[in-house]
Design a protein around this ligand. Sequence first.
Ligand code: GLN
Ligand code: ZN
Length: 761
Amino acid sequence: MTTQTAKTKTHILGYPRIGSQRELKFAQEKYWRGEIGQQELKEVGSLLRHRHWGEQVGAGLDYVSVGDFAWYDHVLGTSMLLGHIPKRHDNGFPDLDTLFRVARGRAPTGCACAASDMTKWFNTNYHYIVPEFTADDQFNVSWQQLFEEVTEAKQAGHQVKPVLLGPVSYLWLGKEKEQGFDRLSLLPRLLTAYQKVLAKLAALGVEWVQIDEPVLTLELPKNWVESFRLAYQVLHGSPKLLLTTYFDDITHHLDKIVELNVDGLHVDLSASPEQLEAVVAQLPEQWVLSAGVINGRNVWRADLAKLLGILEPVKSKLGTRLWLASSCSLLHSPMDLELETDLNPEVRQWLAFAKQKCREISLLGQALDGCEASRSECIHYSAPIKARVNSAFVNNPDVRQRTLAISPIFAERKAPYSERARLQRSALDLPLLPTTTIGSFPQTDEIRVQRRDFKAGRLVEADYNTALKGHITDAIKRQEALDLDVLVHGEAERNDMVEYFAELLEGFAVTRFGWVQSYGSRCVKPAVIVSDIYRAKPMTVEWATYAQSLTDKLVKGMLTGPVTILGWTFPREDLTREEIANQIALALRDEVADLQAAGIKVIQIDEPAIREGLPLKASQWQAYLDWAVNAFKIAAASADPETQIHTHMCYSEFNDIIESVAALDADVITIETSRSDMELLKAFEEFDYPNEIGPGVYDIHSPNIPEVEHIEKLVEKAESLISVERLWINPDCGLKTRNWEETEAALKNLVTAAKQLRERY
Ligand code: GLN
Ligand code: ZN
């Protein structure tokens, strides 16, 4: 290898902002509760930014990212920067409390007013605040946060690369708040504001700006694709623009992209390594290519030796025009592996979190630049992840054999729905419009403390189990008093519907500090799938059968489905998502069989995450849905025809996936519908959805108690779409975030409504 003097520039697209101890979360929540002032809050922000820049520099990266910090969400931060605030929140002086009011509906100062909507950031578990557009919107650069941060970082002596959400993505990710206008028509006005932002950054001495246009990975309408040309004609100049794309490939728009007036392009080579060749071949001569090779949204140590082999020819071709980067912002990755002192050491050496990923990028850059020491360090560093392939801990021949043996009959119930429905009718003896709940009951402080004490070893297992049985007994008594038809045990033993199963199944590692921001101050701590998954012993049977022993009514067993367990964890990268889902499905299939053998006649398999697993490109949806549906069916198919399988999904869009929802062939599906006034059911009606449905009749997110008449009206509306014999009555979702008083009052009205309606039909 020849020594190259041309240094490869290294950077990341963004760093996690919450802090390794979730400092930002705790500071924001304290501020919202009025326990600290704005000054103190801002100091926490500044402290974290300095620490995070320091970590990037310490790792050896050439640039620090600035503008990736956000008080609640970076899309909302962009709205603030552009002075684009929903009119109901705009008092002319946007400040931090304005930002919090848009996000949360309220803030320590000013009056409360409806928050903006929040939705998922592409196919991640991060949620952003949706920009609201009306035809007369103006954009005025007023909020100074970004410029202050740039100054702050420069004063600290850093080489600064600001990060901006690009104008086309900003428009695409928002929504129109009035009819008859197209938000794309706002682009010219918006560009004027962006020009001002860029001019200010240039005046601050910024050379490069990272301008994120992740929507380029989507299959966009033609006029949106065309709009990029205008946008970058207008924005071109100083500072230079690195156009960033991530989460998927962009080759479908590549011909258009290479004609844009920018100075460089970033592509996600972790989500789509295949695009490298086409991108390098078509890269305009003056452009920089930022190769996003280190996965920003998973936790695995990179195989740097392999990446070196892939990048060397690119380096020879591009020289200094090659930059190295994380695939996307590290926002989606936990902060620091060094804190995971409890992890199995074999597993630990396979992982890398945000801080470690910065080091990977920098090391790879040095090796690519010909440094022999770095090159051997790369090889040494990657050795464990290479060795992992043959690890006895990872590979379980029984699991592999069983997954390989999956054939189409594995996914089919023993009888078609019409026959099952008949058998279940006589086996279960349920009234018309049966009532049930979605699974969880209030997670009281008592329950939380007991669970924490048990995990910390302060409460012995026998005492913990006694406590859980007490909560189950309580939940059963209350449900009997309410006269619900199908009861649940209440999920008191579960902290989280996925982590609970991750802890019980073999194949998962659970971290202590692996927090990732979900929205605002909320963080999640996904488990990591590290090896072949299997069930060493029954997981839920004891609780379900205990609950069933307390009552003559039916108790519904409660499981989380394979697609949701997969979707809310960090997956392995050496198996396909389909293979992992099948492993989980087989473990659940055994649990279903055991529940059934233990006398449980109704079993719910929750799949709230099926929809969010959809690929970014609509043309790839069907392939995903096929294996996702199949995994669910594998889990459910050990149920005898008499055993009733329920599933639950909480989202608002069924139209475009209704065929796959029907293909799940669950005997009963409960869905969230109350907020849409049963509109969601139209998709089921139009499709002639054959099985039973429980459209949620009240919103569990609100403390309001639904009135009997209101529930009756909703059910009547549902009945105009779905025949009454196939309807169930239930809340929209689980009740764990509510208290018992609200829960009992609401369910009392729900049961009353059901009884009155039965008289009528
Ligand atoms: N069974 C779960 C519960 O009731 C379902 C939660 C969900 O749909 N997200 O809490
Ligand atoms: Zn739900």
